[in-house]
Write a protein that binds this ligand. Structure first.
Ligand code: BES
Ligand code: MN
Ligand code: ZN
Length: 496
């Protein structure tokens, strides 16, 4: 789908389809202009169709008199006073979904909507992003593919020429953002027999090849990890036939000596639980246990495509958690790269094991900030549901910045404690630390507290995305979260 920006008169524009909004009972300005040109026929048709202007609703109207367009597509937004970034994204997505089977071109007047806290450029980015997310398909494994989304060109109406030229950057940002989100979704959706650690490593190398000037990739295999003393990471990857990989993607968009932001992603390409085997029902969804790594991958791609002036390192901790004769046993004690010993009481608490050694390893980048992203605990889903990601950080400043980025991008998080009061739940009689607390009590918090023991040398935050990284049920599939939150944070940080 391509986007163009144009001045546009809704009633006289020669286009097959024009998109306008209705907020509750209130037509948008372009909607009112069309209604006037039709002599009130538009409002009348909406009324007889029982259209209420609610979020997620759309109504196509054909053959209205007095206007040049063949079709008017009206999308609901709900009350205008309450319209926020998520509401605008939803309206844009609703419009694009309604046009899945045609036409090829349309003109959208959604950018004129008055949205709380969003200027025109922010609205343009939102519409572009949401349109591309809505047109996303994942059918590479179907022999009979559904036809591709019909819409090839979406013209976004803007008030004047200056806005059209200033808006180009906003469109490009929306495109990069959507590319990152959709890439994360695809990596998540790929079956676990395809998307194993080596596959992610290969994809990272291919990405770097496309963006040679700004990206560099290094991959550590198990032999290198052994030399580095990453006993916790290897305790997870060793039970699998698939070799564990630590994939490092360096993006150099900032000044040479600027300390980077390091993003660490949990990349467990399939989580059986290991010897602490998970129950069978719904286990297929554990292919999504690499969605943290997928999100970091998506962010790195978006950075390269947008050229944001900042240095960022993505570290993808990729391993498969399998039961086998070589798998870790409950009770095994391993030594981490940090020197701390861990008693592995439950092999299903594997995310923190691959993460802790990765968090130690990335200390060598002297990071300005470290953010890890992980589908870490079922307990986080119990605590927060599937609406927001869990945010854990000892830093108020970093927490506030990430919460704000979540609000701004419509990809929200909610802060949870990582207080020392919880640390004693991780005491082990035999090692420095146990890998589980007093499950299920405070399970998301004790997991974060485990990671906190490995992140003392820098400013750190942890996002538990177990509830937000994918949809279950009929809509099963990766969401691409928290790519929007992370990119918004990086964009603000880079001063853009
Ligand atoms: N990948 C899971 C967490 C998870 C479970 C995410 C369900 C999304 C949905 C993680 O590796 C895990 O198994 N965690 C255990 C920890 C427990 C053993 C302390 C859990 O949440 O049950
Ligand atoms: Mn697990
Ligand atoms: Zn897991």
């Amino acid at each position: 789908m391509e986007f163009t920006l144009k001045l546009s008169a809704p009633a006289t524009d020669k286009t097959s389809t024009v998109i306008v909004a209705q907020s509750g009972s209130e037509l948008s300005p372009a909607g009112l202009a069309l209604d006037a040109a039709t002599g009130g026929q538009l409002a009348k048709a909406l009324k007889s169709a029982g259209f209420e202007g609610k979020p997620g609703q759309s109504q196509a109207l054909y053959g209205l008199p007095g206007i040049a367009a063949d079709v008017v597509l009206v999308v609901g937004t709900g009350a205008l006073a309450e319209l926020d970034t998520r509401g605008l994204q939803r309206a844009a997505a609703t419009a694009v979904k309604a046009l899945a089977n045609g036409p090829k071109k349309a003109v959208s007047h959604l950018a004129e909507l008055d949205v709380k806290g969003l200027d025109l450029n922010a609205r343009l980015s939102d519409i572009v992003r949401a349109s591309l997310e809505a047109a996303y398909r994942f059918d590479s494994y179907k022999s009979k593919k559904a036809p591709a989304h019909a819409l090839q060109q979406l013209t976004l109406a803007v008030p004047d020429k200056a806005a059209a030229s200033a808006g180009k950057k906003a469109v490009a940002w929306g495109e990069a953002l959507a590319a990152g989100i959709n890439r994360a979704r695809t990596l998540g959706n790929l079956p676990p027999n395809v998307c194993h650690p080596s596959h992610i490593a290969d994809e990272a190398r291919a990405l770097a090849k496309q963006h040679e000037k700004v990206l560099e990739v290094k991959v550590l295999g198990e032999a290198e990890m052994k030399k580095l003393g990453m006993g916790a990471f290897l305790a997870v990857s060793h039970g699998s036939e698939q070799e564990g990989k630590l994939v490092l993607i360096e993006y150099k968009g900032g000044k040479k000596n600027d300390a980077p932001v390091v993003l660490v992603g949990k990349g467990v390409t399939f989580d059986t639980g290991g010897i602490s085997l998970k129950p069978g029902a719904g286990m297929d969804e554990m292919k999504f246990d690499m969605c943290g790594a997928a999100a970091v991958f998506g962010v790195m791609q978006a950075l390269a495509e947008s050229g944001l002036p900042i240095n960022v390192v993505g570290a993808l901790a990729c391993a498969e958690n399998m039961p086998s004769g070589r798998a870790t046993r409950p009770g095994d004690i391993v030594t981490t790269m940090s020197g701390q010993t861990v008693e592995i009481l439950n092999t299903d608490a594997e995310g923190r094991l691959v993460l802790c050694d990765t968090l130690t390893y990335i200390g060598r980048y002297k990071p300005a900030v470290v953010i890890d992203v992980a589908t870490l605990t079922g307990a986080c889903v119990v605590a927060l549901g599937k609406v927001v990601s869990g945010l854990f950080s000892p830093s108020d400043e970093l927490s506030d910045a990430l919460l704000k980025a979540g609000q701004q991008s419509g990809d929200r998080a909610w802060r949870m404690p990582v207080w020392n009061d919880y640390q004693e739940m991780l005491d082990s009689p035999f090692a420095d630390i146990a890998n589980i607390g007093n499950a299920p009590n405070g399970g998301a918090i004790t997991a974060a507290c485990f990671l906190a023991r490995f992140t003392k040398d820098y400013t750190w935050a942890h996002l538990d995305i177990a509830g937000t990284a994918w949809h279950s049920g009929a809509q099963k599939g990766g969401t691409g979260r928290p790519v929007p939150l992370l990119l918004q944070y990086l964009k603000s940080r880079s001063g853009q």
